[in-house]
Design a protein around this ligand. Structure first.
Ligand SMILES: Nc1nc2c(ncn2[C@@H]2O[C@H](COP(=O)(O)OP(=O)(O)OP(=O)(O)O)[C@@H](O)[C@H]2O)c(=O)[nH]1
Ligand SMILES: [Mg+2]
Length: 196
């Protein structure tokens, strides 16, 4: 699979506008500002294809990208406290609306900031993915901000907090969109998920 072959496809503001899956798709979920759009750009070898911002809440629509014939889906971030209540409702409608559809989920990449313990919403997301029995992987983001020792400590702490079941192999990838760490590993996971 050639991740260089990437282009923007479409943006949707409500889940009812979403077209049915055209094939197996790869989705990126995580709290606002965790680094979803940055990681997508890194995966696609593109600097500004997905819009990145220091201000949380940059991605306010569901954005579809075509990567070598496969849909990659950048979801709006959850849990941004400063967003107006009406916007929060619209966002959760978008995220829940997306996941509640009968879509062809090949892999959900659930992003969690490696510097912090998972938030209640992160736990909610992971529990939903487990209960819905969707294929997913955890990407721990912003690893460039920690030392090697801190990375190992946080990876273990987050794994414990997520209480992942032993009978399902949920990959946890340590990533950085700054250094590119873990990005190839994630490409391999994605390619494999799409080949299944
Ligand atoms: N140091 C460092 N900063 C990062 C990394 N990934 C993202 N950032 C920064 O974190 C901020 C948010 O990144 P985005 O990629 O826009 O995050 P997002 O999850 O798409 O945010 P929303 O669209 O608001 O949900 C930006 O300032 C990025 O430059 C990383 O791996 N390392
Ligand atoms: Mg974004």
């Amino acid at each position: 699979m050639n991740f260089h072959l990437a282009s923007f496809k479409a943006a949707y503001g409500t889940s009812s506008q979403l077209p049915p899956s055209t094939g197996p798709e790869i989705s990126f979920a995580g709290r606002s500002n965790v680094g979803k759009s940055s990681l997508l750009n890194k995966l696609m070898y593109r600097k500004g294809l997905a819009k990145v911002s220091q201000t949380p809440g940059k991605t306010a629509t569901i954005n579809f990208y075509d990567v070598d014939g496969h849909d990659f889906v950048d979801l709006p971030g959850y849990g941004y406290a400063k967003v107006a209540k009406s916007e929060k409702g619209r966002w959760s409608e978008l995220i829940e609306g997306y996941f509640n559809q009968d879509r062809n989920f090949a892999l959900v990449v659930s992003l969690i900031d490696i510097r912090h313990d998972p938030s209640a919403l992160d736990l909610h997301m992971v529990n939903f993915l487990l209960e819905a029995d969707l294929p997913f992987a955890i990407a721990l983001t912003k690893a460039d901000k920690l030392s090697k020792q801190q990375i190992n400590k946080q990876r273990a702490a987050i794994r414990k907090a997520l209480a992942l079941p032993r009978d399902r192999e949920i990959p946890i990838v340590v990533t950085s969109s700054e250094s590119g760490a873990g990005v190839d590993e994630l490409r391999t996971l994605i390619s494999r998920a799409l080949a299944e």
